[in-house]
Design a protein around this ligand. Sequence first.
Ligand code: G4P
Length: 528
Amino acid sequence: MTSPAAEAARRRTFAIISHPDAGKTTLTEKFLLYGGALAGGAGSVKARGDRRSATSDWMEMEQQRGISITSTVLQFPYRDCVVNLLDTPGHRDFSEDTYRVLAAADAAVMVLDAAKGIEPQTLKLFEVCKARQMPLLTFINKWDRPGLEALELLDEIDAKIGVTAAPVTWPVGIAGDFRGVIDRTTGRFVRFTRTARGATEAPEEIVEPDRAEAEEGASWTTAAEEAELLGTMGLDFDMELFLGGELSPTFFGSALTNFGVRLLLDAIIDLAPAPSPRLDEHGNARGLDAPFSGFAFKVQANMDKSHRDRIAFLRVCSGRFERGMVVTHATSGKPFATKYAHQVFGSDRETVDEAFPGDVVGLVNATDVRVGDTLWLDDPVTFPRIPSFAPEFFSVARVRDTGRFKQFRKGIAQLDEEGVVQVLRDADRGDSAPVLAAVGPMQFDVAVHRLETEFGAPVELSPTSYSVARRTDEASAPKLRSMRGVDVLSRSDGTLMALFESQYWLDRLMADQPELVLEALVAGDQPT
Ligand code: G4P
């Protein structure tokens, strides 16, 4: 039997992040194609998505909006490795969920549309990767059609997110007439050939530079000259800088035609880090061969109406997970039976019997497990909590029909536990009119939709004038409460939150009354 550490060494666990429409779904599908995991050929992921949407209201909303709200976890073999791809919602508005997914990934692939570069909506997401020093690979997609200049794109990545984009491949042929790439590690030409609708792998021919020059003419010489220039510009790959999140190996390609997909996937295997021992809340590393441990990075209820359940997605951090083992829930100290452990692909589930560090397990009926909670076996451990981001949108929720108050209360508690929205209360309003707080307004739409359809509690949301939140304490609260335009509410984790109408007002208050405790909610984690 192989050791968990040996299994971990074969794992690559990463997330794809991108602006909607940049090609994340297409690229995911092509990864599965290259991993041999698409029995139906390219196209079946989308088909699967459609089927998913038909079976649940939750997904129905996803379909109406044309965006992905829920994340899926895909596992497939590639070469001698096991790839875990954590899919993230592609919408900036729903980013809190994405941040949590990133906490469970060891690396990320940033997909950019060659014609658009870095788009403002997703900038924040990339900044978070940078702030977390996450190894980031870049795929510049849609090179099969006209786009920005390659060098311009590299500059933009550097200027906007402060990461050096170091091309591992360099395109041959202008955008729109994409012939292949120079593999900068070997200096050879990788020539791509289209297949019908990209349904099968794109044949690749490796061509020596001399022959490339003879056959491709000016396209090759221009590309070769540019590629040489990159070295003098300091844009060569550097492992240390990559692992520290300072430099991003960059690839040019076209997910639609499969051009460059294999090179990217190979780079994920060759360059991206395998799972390593995770630090616990005291800063001690939990060895990969230590007894089983993992943490929940996502909790979701009622994913499928026919199941009516609650799944906690757990990233395995150490040891061997075996279905049926009884682990301990670190927060409550209670035993937790893992009889129902699944791998979840959209709403399709497969029972998982065994998992290793880097893998993701979906635990069904994990009633007490919340986002950030640790589960362990034999040797206690608690991993640090996933930081929750400072909300910027605040609305008061009230049930429309007071006869449904019980359902409303239950639904609000559930959404709070799942982290769909943060729920803030004060002693006067109690449970009847909690303030919902979100990083993006779409979180409200999801909350309203779910309260109505899952809990039978239609709600009315009234916007508030608050836009900034700070953590405060009991000593400062009375003074803050007495001020106009400030409210102090408590979050379910016990945090006292002071809400302000404007940053300006908050800054002035902090300057005038420095004795008041007004801490940023996720100090050091949130880019400004
Ligand atoms: P997303 O998940 O990031 O939102 O993007 P998705 O893969 O759905 O791709 C968005 C659109 O961009 C799709 O077109 C897709 O076919 C197209 N696309 C993806 N990769 C490439 C590429 O390399 N080259 C070109 N030219 N197009 C690409 P659509 O018209 O919205 O959908 P469909 O009808 O093609 O499915």
